[in-house]
Design a protein around this ligand. Structure first.
Ligand code: NDP
Length: 304
């Protein structure tokens, strides 16, 4: 049986692993489906303290992982699919290792990109519809693309795509961006980005052709529809917490976030850190900080 298993390898999981490893608990980290978490899908990170110049998101989280490994944390390409936290010994069902047992668990499984929920979006996923501009933007070099959303992710995606594409249409359902002022100002100043306000995507065209040709926009005030030709659509409308595998093992909010007091869940010995329990801030630095808190609480619990 393990002392501590950490689920997730983003900033929260890696920082928890670093603290737990330095405390001598040899934590096992199950990396999950997206090793490194959401940071691996961003480009430049400008707001992680300690980096005067922008740092690449992938390199930042890789460096966190190596730092934790240096002190003995073990990372495995595995994913938790079910959990039972009702006894002192916590049981985790995993894809590769089967059933794992641990005295303490830190859940840091983060969040995943949200989708519009349209049939055409599903049908054209990978054929012009994408949830990751940094992964797929280069396929649409010199072409016209759309980004949906009004938050920091949408702005970051639009700015990234503006470097590659001939034109970026930013579709937002309201008439003001939710993004931080610095990001919004950059977007609004870009000659290549055209914001389209008060509009939502009614349909992505054309599943029958097998690739994206246009978006059908609905004006949120008048309800009128119009088609706008684009070669790709990048969905950037926020995230949902990765908690489906918990299935009744822990109380969740109606939106699916783990309910915590600090980083403690309602199950003794089970802690949660990062975006999986944070509907408010969703910042890498805060995820890292809560990972450290979770490891310190786990240490206290294990030494009782
Ligand atoms: P947000 O929740 O901040 O924004 C989501 C955006 O998508 C909102 O503008 C929302 O509209 C819109 N939206 C939501 N659902 C729909 C829908 N069904 N149809 C159309 N539009 C929809 O998510 P982000 O991923 O942008 O950001 C998450 C967090 O990560 C934030 O705290 C952000 O600050 C942070 N972040 C920071 C970065 C940085 O600092 N460099 C980079 C990326 C993210 P509405 O505004 O009307 O609600």
């Amino acid at each position: 049986m393990r002392d501590l298993v950490i689920l997730g390898s983003g900033p929260a999981g890696c920082t928890a692993a670093l603290y737990a490893a330095r405390a001598g608990f040899s934590p096992l980290v199950l990396e999950g489906m997206q090793p490194g978490g959401q940071l691996t899908q961003t480009t430049d990170v400008e707001n992680f303290p300690g980096f005067e110049q922008a740092v690449n998101g992938y390199e930042l989280v890789l460096s966190m992982r190596r730092q934790a490994e240096r002190f003995g944390a073990q990372f495995e390409m595995d994913e938790c699919t079910g959990a039972d936290f009702s006894c002192n010994v916590k049981r985790l069902e995993t894809v590769v290792a089967g059933v794992l047992e641990a005295r303490a668990v830190i859940v840091a499984t983060g969040a995943s990109a949200r989708w519009l929920g349209l049939e055409s979006e599903k049908a054209l996923l990978g054929h012009g519809v994408s949830g990751c501009a940094t992964c797929d933007g280069a396929f649409f070099r010199g072409q016209a693309v759309a980004v949906v959303g009004g938050g920091d992710t949408a702005c970051e995606d639009a700015l990234f795509l503006a470097k590659l594409c001939s034109k970026v249409i930013l579709i937002h359902r309201r008439n003001a961006l939710r993004a931080s002022k610095v990001m919004a100002d950059r977007v609004l100043a870009s000659p290549k980005i055209e914001p389209i306000w008060n509009s939502e995507i009614a349909e992505i065209l054309d599943p029958a052709q097998g690739h994206v040709q246009a978006v059908r926009l609905r004006d949120t005030h008048s309800g009128t529809l119009r088609d706008l030709p684009v070669n790709a659509v990048f969905i950037a409308i926020g995230h949902q917490p990765n908690t489906a595998f918990l299935r009744g093992a822990l109380p969740l909010t109606p939106q699916g976030y783990i309910i915590t007091s600090g980083v403690k869940t309602s199950a003794p010995g089970v802690f949660a850190a990062g975006d999986v329990q944070d509907p408010a801030y969703k910042q890498a630095v805060i995820a890292a900080g809560s990972g450290a808190m979770a490891a310190l609480e786990a240490e206290r619990y294990l030494l009782q």
